[in-house]
Write a protein that binds this ligand. Structure first.
Ligand code: ADP
Length: 363
């Protein structure tokens, strides 16, 4: 077998060689790496380009563990859980990870896509592609730095505005001026909405720079959920939010950040479901962890979109979603916050039937 066909042997039967030659040519010109792995034996076959992307020479052996050892230490475990989960459930996955390339320890960003090869009878082969996305990541970082600066500037006058609204509110109450009280309550609602948006943008820029700081304290999950529901009903009065009785436990976590996660999930449930449709919040304790779930009866999400939902700026590409305003950063932030707490966030959904977003935190 000559060198140029060596890479393909793991992927092809002889009669499919011609089309594979074609596919290989296209992938090489696009600088895309390919790989195959036997899910049973974990035998890993990378293409030359895949080796190169992980900083190995084409003549060197590179096992799956060798490749993983080049992923930066912090996100390595998260990457392995994504792959293990896809192996277990036989689903496809998409992950973006920084790899550290010797000898000068330069960081490059790779996107890794994988899925089961359903045409293979043994149904054991997992294969996928790898692309270098460093340039795109650097642009994202520059953009989020800019967003961080602008949001910070916008927050200062808005915080002052909020304080003045509160002062005027107290004054109007004393004067029993109902017209002003009504108008101020509307102003307050809009200021709160805008502050929520600005806080999300600020957190996005910290998350992308890997700088989410947690300020942990003990608090009651039950109290937090009730407070968030009350405030969400104030801003989003169109939905009926109900709560299954939540066990009264304290957890040690960053209260403001967990609040932000619940606010995001609740406002998405309202945003992506019809007016007056019910939203349910449930809370369970199992295996020394608390799980909070938020269910809606809205438009639901396709399997293909579910895999990418927690990536920054990702929005499902449907006609319905296009009509609804959003930046696609809320779920990314939720996932960053929950991962920082050593928790887990996931979604179960079916198109047209609704979605349940859940997250669990260790007790
Ligand atoms: P945004 O809502 O601003 O677009 P998010 O990160 O909160 O950003 O959500 C990302 C995408 O996930 C949304 O654009 C939408 O496609 C999908 N999504 C999130 N929550 C729901 C939900 N409850 N029902 C249906 N789709 C949802």
């Amino acid at each position: 077998m000559d060198e140029s066909t060596k890479d393909q042997s793991a992927f092809a039967s002889p009669d499919s060689m011609a089309s594979l030659d074609f596919a290989k040519m296209a992938l090489e010109s696009a600088n895309v790496g390919i790989w195959v792995m036997d899910a049973e034996s974990r035998n890993f076959t990378p293409s030359d380009r895949t080796k190169e992307l992980f900083g190995f020479a084409s003549h060197e052996e590179m096992s799956f563990d060798d490749a993983v050892s080049r992923i930066a230490e912090k996100p390595r475990q998260a990457f392995l859980s994504i792959v293990d989960n896809a192996f277990k459930l036989r689903t496809s996955f998409y992950a973006e990870c920084p790899v550290v390339i010797p000898p000068d320890r330069k960081t490059e960003w790779l996107s890794v896509t994988g899925g089961f090869n359903t045409s293979d009878k043994t149904n054991n082969y997992f294969s996928g592609i790898i692309v270098n996305i460093t340039e795109q990541k650097q642009n994202d970082l520059r953009r989020s730095k800019f967003i961080g600066i602008v949001s910070h500037e916008l927050k200062t006058p808005l915080t002052a505005l909020k304080a003045y609204v509160q002062m005027l509110n107290t004054w109007a109450k004393k004067q029993k001026d109902n017209f002003s009280l009504g108008a101020l309550s509307k102003v307050d609602r809009q200021v709160k909405k805008m502050l929520n948006m600005i806080n999300s943008l600020l957190n996005l820029s910290s998350a992308e720079a890997g700088k989410i700081h947690l300020n942990k304290q003990a608090f009651s999950v039950n109290d937090l959920i009730h407070q968030v529901i009350e405030e969400t009903m104030f801003v989003t009065s169109s939905h009926n939010i109900t709560i299954d009785e939540c066990p009264d436990v304290n957890i040690i976590a960053d209260r403001d950040k967990i609040e932000q996660v619940i606010v995001n999930l609740l406002s998405n449930a309202a945003k992506y479901s019809g007016k007056d449709e019910p939203i349910e919040v449930a809370c369970t304790i199992e295996n020394n962890a608390i799980t909070i779930s938020i269910s809606d009866k809205g438009m639901g999400i396709s399997q293909e979109d579910i895999e990418k939902l927690f990536l920054p700026n990702y929005r499902a590409e449907t006609k319905e979603i296009e009509k609804i305003a959003g930046f696609g950063i809320g779920l990314y932030l939720c996932s960053e916050i929950i991962t920082q707490h050593n928790g887990r966030i996931w979604v179960e959904s079916a198109l047209g039937q609704g979605s349940t977003f859940s997250f669990s935190l260790p007790l």
